[in-house]
Design a binder for this molecule. Sequence first.
Ligand SMILES: C=C(O[C@@H]1C=C(C(=O)O)C=C[C@H]1O)C(=O)O
Length: 369
Amino acid sequence: MSRVDQLRFIIDDIDKNIVRLFEKRMETAEKIAQYKLENNLGILNTSREEEVIESALNELYNKDYRDELEEFIKKLMEISRRVQQKRILGMGKKRIKIGFQGVEGSFGHQAAIEYFDKDAEFMEYMSFEDVFKGLLNGETDYGVLPIENSSTGSISSVYDLIGEYGFYIVGEKCLRIKQNLIGVKGASIKDIKEIYSHTQGFEQSSSFLKKHQEWKLIPYHNTAYSAKTVALSNDFTKAAIASEKAARLYNLDIIEKDINDNEHNYTRFVIISRKALEYIDTSKISVMFSIKHRAGELYKVLEGFHLNNVNMLKIESRPIKNRPWEYMFYIDFEGSLNDIDIVKSIEKIKNSSTYFKLLGNYTADKNAS
Ligand SMILES: C=C(O[C@@H]1C=C(C(=O)O)C=C[C@H]1O)C(=O)O
């Protein structure tokens, strides 16, 4: 072993000890952070830091290293303050709460889990409007709602609720939907008399259901809730249209798999919030507006997209309550508010509309266009 190798061997051993001591020191600092949080104390304590430096310098045999040691200890305390800060923020951070319609095993629940951190708290709501109410009264931080299915089209009630409640769209999640006919363990297709599902489940499986006109269709709040109801009934004559996950969760049999009419069956969910978020990495914009009931008004708006080379993704119109034959338009288009052409297109819509609201600028799900 060369001399330098020998010395490096010694350094490696010293570093191992330093790492062990470093870990110990940081863990102790975290315990102090806990105490500070409980006693409402600030992290920085200058007089204590001065003491720490002084006693460290007193420990030093080789006084030539005074400045270096001081620098080292100062840096160490800076790191320890950062660790404490992280710890306090982590402890203070409340779990975010997400509202969805239905029960565990519903597609809304799945979209919520896939979009948000698993540590979030997921809250079940009976109806779409209940999800909005939960957000309005502060029970939740975000709501997850289906807005469009690739086979059956827009979920108009959710559009209306977005208009009514005035929340923002801060994200989207596109989910592949596979519907299944599920029944109690041991039930066969011949036993069935009644089917429970959300109307979307029926609509998405309409060709399959046409072959069984004798079945009574009972619309329910949610596909997973239908599965749960069938499980509780323990009745061979009842079946549900729901996900494979719901079948597993409620201990039911899959009588017929993948009964949706279209193989490529997707539902797009929007993530709604009381506040708009900062526009970072955004690629899709949603707006809502109404226009004068006059020839060429919608054309003027759409011209703005063409002139500024903006790709429109979807347009939806919904009747305005109490104003017969007048409509609210909802448009989704590609872009970010950091882009000047996009801002110009939006200005054009604003100038041509009687009412305008920017619903959100968010990151598009790659499966949504
Ligand atoms: C660890 C503490 O928090 C901070 C960090 C210090 C350190 O790393 O030694 C000292 C004082 C505080 O500014 C403490 O208060 O003791």
